[in-house]
Ligand binder design. Structure first.
Ligand code: LLP
Length: 406
């Protein structure tokens, strides 16, 4: 496939109102087939895309057509999936705080299973299922108490986190579920965190699951039809053009090598960021360049309202001036040589009334001018889905490659 560089689309972007999200659907197609290559060669492996990463309708449709299921965390996500072609039987539903209407919606639609995070939640699901004359498939989210090398705000598998059921309580909750006529126990669910790049973290999860499976076997529990290991594989924010597709091979091989599945057991993954992250960019325009006492600011028309990650986690996304240069992003961007200085240091900030509305500090860009188009990269996951209307801003539009080119 011919690689299309973002700066080649600058002319097409020029007439569109900024800011907007751009989804490279060719890269998404390649990413999806890279995943399929790994999962299809193994029996019973299946990916339920984590919709929270990007719920854009066009992106969801493409993922569904490629044959993936969905992992949802709200009634709204379940609706988005149903509207965009996912069969209910391919949807799993997690979340520590499921409302009654969300449980009803999931039961009415006939989702594959609930990932249940507490006994009080199990009781409510059982009660609603009884009232609706249904049987709810439930899998328990077990907190494996496995740490991950990632940002503290996106670690989820430690005992101190709010997620899941303590592993010491696993046997008890399964027995409680088995005694409920409106509930069918179907498996176990885990998720240790997000933006994880060290395969030993996933390996540690495999060892923990192996231990838990041994315990279950010793207790005569055989109905563990699904093992769901969640998501978490990270992407290369530093060099999106160098690593547009994450290292799926190492990720899936870690599970193939270390996880001991029982005969007939299905293995489910819930990747989000690794599927869509590198496919999206936030395209914004430079409004002003302001020379302040200590700093030079490039003030752009996108803010934390369109990409919250820098403000929330101190995340750094690469930024490229599409109007002023070419070059890859593994170093400093090269200027075009149209009389601009090759590299100038800017604090790149948005228009929102918060100091944390800063995309990058002391960031080198080719000399940047009012009207230049900038791309904030790796914004395809947790970009559009985390957008807000703070300061009464409009939610921005999103375009796919097909829409930009035609
Ligand atoms: N499954 C469960 C149960 C999850 O909680 C998550 C993410 C995923 C799957 C997908 O994880 P992924 O493959 O995308 O790492 N807003 C943060 C990320 C929060 C992730 C929350 N849970 C960020 O922008 O970094």
């Amino acid at each position: 496939m011919v690689k299309r560089l973002l700066q080649d689309l600058e002319g097409r972007f020029e007439s569109l109102k900024t800011p907007f999200y751009y989804y490279d659907t060719d890269l998404l197609a390649e990413t999806l087939s890279a995943i399929k290559n790994e999962t299809d060669k193994r029996d019973g492996w299946h990916l339920h895309y984590a919709v929270k990463a990007c719920a854009n309708a066009k992106v969801l449709r493409q993922i569904q057509r490629a044959g993936f299921g969905a992992d949802c965390v709200s009634g709204g996500e379940i609706r988005a999936c149903l509207e965009n072609g996912f069969p209910a039987s391919e949807i799993v539903y997690a979340g520590v705080g499921k409302s009654d209407w969300e449980i009803e919606l999931a039961l009415e639609a006939g989702i594959q299973y609930f990932n249940v995070e507490s006994i009080p939640e199990l009781e409510v699901i059982a009660e609603i299922a009884t009232r609706m004359n249904r049987v709810a498939n439930v899998s328990f989210r077990i907190n494996p108490n496995v740490g991950a090398h990632t940002h503290v705000n996106i670690t989820t598998g430690l005992a101190e986190n709010k997620f899941g059921i303590a592993k010491e309580d696993m046997l008890h909750v399964i027995r409680v579920a088995q005694a409920m006529p409106s509930v069918r126990f179907v498996g176990l669910h885990f998720h240790i965190g997000s933006q994880i790049l060290q395969m030993d973290d996933f390996e540690a999860l495999c060892h923990r699951i192996n231990e838990l499976q041994d315990q279950l076997e010793a207790s005569g529990i055989t109905e563990v039809h699904n093992i769901n290991v969640g998501g978490g594989l990270g992407i290369d924010y530093q060099n999106p053009d160098g690593t547009p597709i994450p290292d799926f091979k190492s990720y899936f091989e870690t599970y193939a090598k270390h996880l001991k599945l029982r005969p007939g057991q299905r293995l489910h993954f819930e990747l989000g960021r690794a599927v869509t992250g590198q496919c999206g960019s936030l395209i914004t325009r430079c409004l002003y360049v302001k020379q302040a006492k200590a700093k030079q600011f490039a003030i752009v028309d996108a803010g934390m309202t369109e990409l919250l990650r820098p403000a929330l986690y101190g995340a750094l996304h690469q930024i490229q001036n599409l109007s002023a240069g070419q070059g890859t992003l593994d170093g400093v961007q090269q200027a075009d040589g149209d009389g601009r200085q090759a590299a100038v240091k800017y604090d790149i900030v948005g228009p929102i009334c918060e100091s944390s509305d800063t995309f990058a500090k002391d960031f080198l860009l080719p000399e940047t001018r009012r009207g230049d188009l900038l791309a904030i990269r790796s914004a395809g996951a947790y970009g559009e889905t985390m957008a807000s209307q703070y300061n009464c801003r409009e939610l921005p539009k999103a375009y796919t490659t097909e829409e930009i080119l035609h």
